[in-house]
Design a protein around this ligand. Structure first.
Ligand SMILES: Cc1ncc(COP(=O)(O)O)c(C=O)c1O
Length: 384
């Protein structure tokens, strides 16, 4: 495991208040591997006490032959070339995973040193590692957003405050308490599809605070214009996922980009060999310049169909959150709409399990034009 150098530790000084040494960790071996002290049961159940089912995700809403507009994984994935590489990776399964080449590929893709990259079993593992490795005094999650960052913090025993954005769900820095020392935000955001300007997100960074940006859907944005993945320095951690664009939800592949000292700390909280050899093959392949170009081409096509679909939904009386930039739309309509669509064979993602939204909200994945048209036809037949 990498150990932070003095220089790295100094750079990480701004985060020292968040560090967990002593508070939640104890050293258990000469290698510096640390063990999480689980929060007491009472602490944990109090932290998990929330009005909303944070563990609900779109995958619970599909199946039974329903047309899937609930899960945001790109259709027709993984692409054949990637599936073939994964098949070939089976030949090497007898060996323990060696993350070096994949880590270097991620570092190259984002123009960062290798030691600022931690490969993870999906973005979901990254949230758990952050929650276990950090000891925030005041953790704030900007909502509505993907619920796992909050769930992971709560499961680790941390109280969580919600900064709920209003109106068009654009970023309002004033919604974040000035003394928050951990801020978690999604960009572009699930479920609103809103893309915050990079400058606005960077504006949340300040001494003594870590801002964690979930960029799981950033590759939906051509050129990734508002990404902070290449932005080094303290106070910022970027979480990325290969799940959505490459269709690898079942593989578990993602990574964290952060200053080296924080990466080392997260690595100490991570189980050994957490990222499988096939996942490493996928990470390395998807970070190649050819794959990045392929994703950019797909993102451009997605944008055109998203706009057409959003306009068509609006013409049918639904409110679509403006400025969508991810692979889904956030829609408000009659409270019974989701059930009516299910009766007619279409699954859309409920919105009421996202803090800040309610039963009249839905998240609808943008599929190919022909599939999207089937949903529009069902809407035409409904009387609301
Ligand atoms: C915004 C967002 N971040 C992260 C994730 C989890 O990604 P992964 O599959 O890499 O754990 C999801 C999955 O739905 C998501 O919607």
């Amino acid at each position: 495991m990498p150990t932070p150098t003095e220089a790295e530790s100094a750079r990480g000084a701004a985060l020292s208040g968040l560090r967990s040494e002593g508070a939640r960790y104890e050293r258990v071996s000469d290698e510096g591997r640390q063990r999480v002290k689980a929060p007491r049961a009472a602490e944990r159940s109090e932290a998990m006490d929330t009005d909303i089912d944070l563990g609900h995700h779109g995958d619970a809403e599909v199946g039974g032959g329903l047309v899937d507009f609930a899960v945001n994984v790109r259709g027709g994935t993984p692409p054949a070339w990637l599936a073939e590489r994964l098949r070939r990776s089976v030949d090497d399964l007898a060996a323990y995973p060696r993350p070096g080449p994949a880590r270097a590929a991620v570092a190259r893709r984002h123009g960062r040193p290798d030691d600022e990259v931690l490969l993870t079993a999906g973005a979901a593992e990254a949230f758990v590692l952050l929650a276990r490795a950090l000891a925030p005094r005041r953790a704030v999650v900007v909502h509505p957003q993907f619920t796992e960052p909050e769930a992971a913090l709560r499961a680790a025993g941390h109280p969580v405050e919600r900064a709920v954005l209003g109106g068009g769900f654009t970023l309002d820095p004033a919604a974040v308490p000035a003394d928050a020392d951990l801020v978690m935000i999604g960009n572009p955001t699930n479920p609103t599809s809103v893309l915050h300007p990079a400058a606005g997100v960077l504006g949340l960074v300040r001494p003594g605070r870590l801002v964690v940006v979930d960029e799981a859907f950033m590759d939906c944005v051509p050129g990734e214009s508002e990404s902070l993945a290449s932005h080094g320095g303290p106070g910022l951690a970027i979480v990325r996922s290969l799940t959505k664009t490459w269709g690898l939800a079942g593989l578990r592949a993602g990574y964290v980009l952060a200053e080296a000292a924080l990466v080392a700390e997260l690595a100490r909280a991570q189980p050994l060999w957490a990222v499988s050899a096939p996942a490493l093959v996928a990470i390395e392949a998807c970070c190649s310049p050819e794959a990045v170009t392929e994703a950019g081409t797909w993102a451009a096509g997605l944008g055109a169909e998203r706009e057409r679909f959003a306009t068509a939904l609006g013409a049918r009386g639904l409110h679509v959150v403006p400025g969508a930039r991810a692979s889904f739309l956030c829609v408000r309509g009659p409270g019974e709409l989701r059930a009516l669509l299910r009766e007619r064979g279409h699954a859309v993602r409920r919105g009421d399990t996202f803090p800040g939204l309610g039963p009249e909200w839905l998240r609808i994945a943008v599929r190919d034009a022909r599939t999207n048209d089937t949903l529009l036809e069902v809407l035409d037949d409904l009387d609301f």
